[in-house]
Design a protein. Structure first.
Ligand code: UDP
Length: 318
């Protein structure tokens, strides 16, 4: 019998990539997703796989599954600022109620538990780069608060289940990640810049583009998460690529790779948009032997090819 992992949000961008890795490592996977931001396109290739099961379910409601479970990885959540702006209550519910349900389920099964947290717990950081020991600078009542506070609550709840119930929990703080399967209309910077470049539309840089992010290619991120899941760590671990880009640099790089004639235009900076973000990955290096390996230009090219293919499919109405 293969060990079974429950992946909440398994039809999402990261959840589906993690699923592929788990299947490749010899686990069986149950995906739970209500498909509000996830898509069956991301898991279509798994149809007929005997080690894979999809359950259409909102994990903010009670979770039930027969039989043993090795691990629960809680990845369900809207994750693009556009999404959590449009779905603020669902975002709060899945981070709070959903995390509680997933933890309760892990406890009942004696399963290990891993929560997808985020660099957003650091808010608009006053410490740079951000080590896990930094407590953050978050506006609880701003438009990003619904995501940031839900994830901060989910970390607190996870540690409480570890301390009170002895659940073997792990917390990954995910920094900006990109790669194939991101939605064409995701709304985050890299998918927007790619869509705009590939359809010859203006490339929208918010503000003057001097704000920074550190972008990690998806396969590197998944490798870090897989290592964390197998580890004995309980404290949060940053996983991300420390290479820091201004958004203007990223827009220019994507414009160049696409070969588009699109112009860069500036739009207003969203409220509470963090000015800088860069992971300190000392802990991941020391404890997991992990660091990113993929060349980012190569990652951007792979992602661009995936976007190109899907845009073509949309054109022919497939
Ligand atoms: N951004 C941008 N143009 C876009 C989308 C985003 O300049 O079309 C900026 C956004 O204001 C932020 C950065 O890109 O400074 C990263 O935004 P994203 O939504 O990708 O994720 P965040 O890191 O803010 O959660």
């Amino acid at each position: 019998m293969k060990q079974r992992v429950l992946v909440t949000g398994g039809a999402g961008f990261l959840g589906s990539h993690l699923t592929d890795r788990l299947l490749a490592e010899g686990f069986s996977v149950v995906c739970m997703d209500n498909l509000i931001t996830g898509s069956t396109d991301n898991i279509a290739h798994l149809a007929g796989n005997r080690d894979y099961q999809f359950i259409h379910h909102d994990v903010s409601e009670f979770i039930y599954l027969d039989g043993p479970v090795y691990a629960v990885v809680h990845f369900a959540s809207p994750a693009s600022p556009l999404d959590y702006h449009e779905l603020p209550i669902q975002t709060l519910k899945v981070g709070s109620l959903g995390t509680h349900k997933a933890l309760g389920f892990a406890k009942a099964k004696g399963a290990r538990f891993l929560i997808a947290s985020t660099s957003e717990v650091y808010g608009d950081p006053l410490v740079h780069p951000q080590p896990e020991s930094y407590w953050g600078n978050v506006n609880p009542v701003g438009p990003r608060g619904v995501y940031d506070e839900a994830k901060r609550f989910s970390e607190a709840m996870t540690m409480a289940y570890h301390r009170v119930h002895g659940v073997d929990t792990k917390i990954v703080r995910i920094f900006n990640t990109f790669g194939p399967r991101m939605r064409l209309n995701d709304g985050r910077a890299i998918p927007n810049f790619m869509m705009q470049s590939l359809t010859d539309k203006p490339i929208t840089v918010f503000g003057d583009g001097s704000q920074t992010r550190s972008f990690c290619f998806v396969s590197d991120l998944i490798d870090g998460i897989f290592r964390l899941l197998q580890s004995d760590l309980h404290d949060p671990v940053n996983i991300g690529n420390p290479l820091e880009w201004t958004l203007l640099q990223m827009a220019e790089a994507i414009r160049e790779i696409s070969g588009t004639g699109s112009q860069i235009v500036h739009k207003p900076l969203p409220v509470d948009d963090p000015k800088v973000r860069q992971p300190d990955i000392t802990r991941a290096k020391a404890e997991l032997g992990w660091e990113p390996r993929v060349d980012l230009n190569e990652g951007l090219r792979q992602t661009m090819e995936d976007f190109r293919r899907r845009i073509e499919l949309e054109k022919v109405g497939a």
